[in-house]
Design a protein around this ligand. Structure first.
Ligand SMILES: [Zn+2]
Length: 83
């Protein structure tokens, strides 16, 4: 399970995306809040890299570049803040 904040065009974090890929599956269960139109949805997409999800409301393409690397980094930063 991974979770990312999404920035809109002006660099504000207004959306988020969570992706869950079961180990024996190519389906990614996605829950997102679009950073552009602020609408949210649960959906199932085919898991592929690079992974991206198109907003079902406004068509904004939400990409997850270097997802795991960045996720690890963010986790480290959070731990540094907490500790
Ligand atoms: Zn949207």
């Amino acid at each position: 399970m991974t979770s990312r904040e999404l920035q809109n065009a002006v660099g504000k974090v207004t959306g988020m995306i969570k992706v869950l890929v079961p180990k024996d599956s190519n389906d990614a269960k996605v829950k997102y809040v679009c950073p552009m139109c602020l609408k949210g949805k649960d959906t199932v997409e085919e898991w592929k890299k690079p992974f991206s999800v198109k907003c079902g409301f406004c068509g904004h393409n939400m990409k997850l570049p270097k997802l795991l690397a960045q996720f690890k980094k963010e986790k480290k930063v959070q731990q540094a803040k907490n500790g």
